[in-house]
Design a protein around this ligand. Structure first.
Ligand code: HEC
Length: 108
């Protein structure tokens, strides 16, 4: 019995050492313009044409928008009119990258 108890104790004391360390969280990484462009093509281009450079089916041209970057961000999060909200489909970082991408489009 004594042996069993000390065995159990050894297991109890040693167990945490075997617990797997969670992998360190990946450092926050900014999306590249290239990634934002791809994301735009996948999520937005069917309404906002030509990567935001032209009005598309239903959505206005985004290049040269008079909205501030924060307002662009809010529009994507909340949606507006027939534009859906993207807060459940895109991450916050993705939405930020898209807002930045849109504000960086050349206004031609
Ligand atoms: C279903 C079509 C549709 C999709 C998909 C869509 N939009 Fe829109 N978007 C619209 C419409 C329509 C408006 C104009 C809304 C209004 O003012 O009534 C708009 C407006 C905007 C505006 C405001 C422009 C301005 O100058 O006022 C921004 C910014 C925008 N969209 C970004 C995006 C982004 C980024 C995506 C992809 C994540 C996206 N949209 C996806 C239809 C869409």
């Amino acid at each position: 019995m004594k042996v069993l108890i000390s065995l159990a104790l050894v297991v109890l004391i040693a167990a945490p050492a075997f617990a797997e360390e969670p992998p360190p969280a990946a450092p926050p990484q900014e999306m590249s313009t290239q990634d934002a462009r791809k994301l735009f093509a996948a999520s937005c281009s069917w309404c906002h044409g030509m990567f935001g450079m032209k009005a598309g089916k239903g959505g206005p041209k985004l290049a040269g928008t008079t909205l501030e970057e924060t307002a662009v961000y809010t529009t994507i999060v909340k949606g507006r009119g027939s534009m859906p909200s993207f807060k459940n489909t895109l991450t916050d970082d993705e939405i930020k990258a898209l807002a930045k991408y849109i504000k960086a489009l050349p206004n031609e």
